[in-house]
Design a protein around this ligand. Structure first.
Ligand SMILES: NC(=O)c1ccc[n+]([C@@H]2O[C@H](COP(=O)([O-])OP(=O)(O)OC[C@H]3O[C@@H](n4cnc5c(N)ncnc54)[C@H](OP(=O)(O)O)[C@@H]3O)[C@@H](O)[C@H]2O)c1
Length: 322
């Protein structure tokens, strides 16, 4: 049976809280994608100044133009959408992009209130990035982690601030060849022989759930809350390489629309502090029960989270990303 909130849209959530985001920055990665765009639109309507982070200058410009056009009735729209080019398959590009973001924040003189780490790739064909990593791990997990640590000072200065890590229900699905713990022996990339394309997706999305918990523990004294979430199933470019998009299109009515898919990340961004539980994983605009974490078991235990945190720090410094 469908969850009661399954069909809630991002705008319905945003209207529920009636949050005024005027003079506040929301940074989103992948605002040009399906769920990211719907998220961006909803927060733009609440008055936010958006920094959209994406890998293609051309696509970013097209998105800016579309927003300027569609929201021309908002008098200040020309001053509320900014773009930063960042290739998440490259740690040096993340670093350069973060420096640009820092300059932009200074120039705008506005607080960085919310980061939504939304970009993602799924079940792609076997290859390695130029940094010598599995692309799903690098894009979904490591680069987002790196970006957040690079912007920690800005988040702290804007406290109370929030980070939303967009995971997936796949984090708990085991038919992928994955596991409910991190398979460190398959990093920085799994062996090509017998490659299971969903394995790095499941693993990188599990890592996001775990690190949201751990970073929340480490950042909450700075007034930064970190959450993870699942948008739900939405037909998008995410499914192209795995070949599952045709089936998703065929059964389109079962799935969430982009606006419905954006609702949980908008919820995590806007719900009042008293209503949310820092570090937790949200689905259908609700925290998943502690039973969910019990079922995940050892994989999300404090020891395993600390191990992932230390591994990630060490890994990034080994790759010159520090
Ligand atoms: N759709 C679903 O059913 C579903 C289910 C569960 C979780 N999710 C999660 O929701 C998030 C959004 O997914 P979506 O459905 O909106 O997918 P999408 O339409 O394919 O959007 C993905 C976004 O990520 C960006 N991206 C991909 N690789 C990148 C790279 N190397 N560097 C920088 N940006 C990159 C894409 O940029 P380009 O525009 O340049 O390609 C695009 O903006 C993802 O994290 C996904 O895992 C989606």
């Amino acid at each position: 049976m469908r969850h009661n909130n399954y069909r809630l849209t991002a705008d319905e959530i945003a209207e529920r809280y009636n949050t005024d985001l005027s003079n506040q920055i929301v940074l989103i990665t992948g605002g040009s994608g399906t769920v990211g765009y719907a998220t961006m639109e909803s927060l733009l309507k609440r008055g936010a100044t958006i920094i959209n982070v994406g890998r293609s200058a051309k696509t970013l410009k097209q998105v800016e133009d579309k927003l300027h056009n569609d929201y021309a009735h908002l008098s200040d729209i020309q001053n509320r959408v900014y773009s930063v080019v960042m290739e998440l398959e490259s740690f040096s590009s993340v670093k350069e992009g973060a420096e640009q973001i820092k300059r932009l924040i200074k120039q705008l003189d506005l607080p960085l209130k919310i980061i939504i780490a939304n970009s993602g790739i799924m079940a792609i064909n076997y290859r390695q990035t130029r940094d010598g990593m599995d692309p799903q791990w690098q894009v979904n997990y490591f680069s987002h982690y790196y970006l957040i640590t690079l912007l920690h000072t800005e988040l702290k200065a804007a406290a109370p601030s929030r980070v939303v890590l967009v995971s997936s229900s796949y984090h708990a699905l085991l038919h992928t060849g994955g596991a409910l713990h991190i398979q460190y022996d398959k990093l920085p990339y799994p062996p090509e022989k017998g490659y299971q394309r969903f394995q790095p997706y499941q693993q990188s999305k599990l890592a996001l759930v775990m690190i949201a918990n751990e970073l929340n523990d480490r950042y909450s004294n700075d007034g930064i809350t970190v959450l993870s979430c699942n948008p739900g199933g939405i037909v998008s470019n995410l499914q192209i390489e795995s070949g599952s998009q045709a089936m998703m299109r065929w059964t389109n009515r079962m799935w969430k629309t982009p606006a419905q898919g954006a609702s949980t990340q908008v919820y995590c961004a806007l719900a009042p502090q008293r209503e949310i539980v820092g570090g937790q994983y949200y689905d259908n605009c609700e925290v998943w029960s502690s039973q969910h974490f019990q079922e995940l078991g050892q994989g999300v235990s404090k020891d395993e989270r600390v191990k992932l945190y230390e591994y990630t720090q060490g890994f990034l410094s080994k790759y010159g990303a520090n």
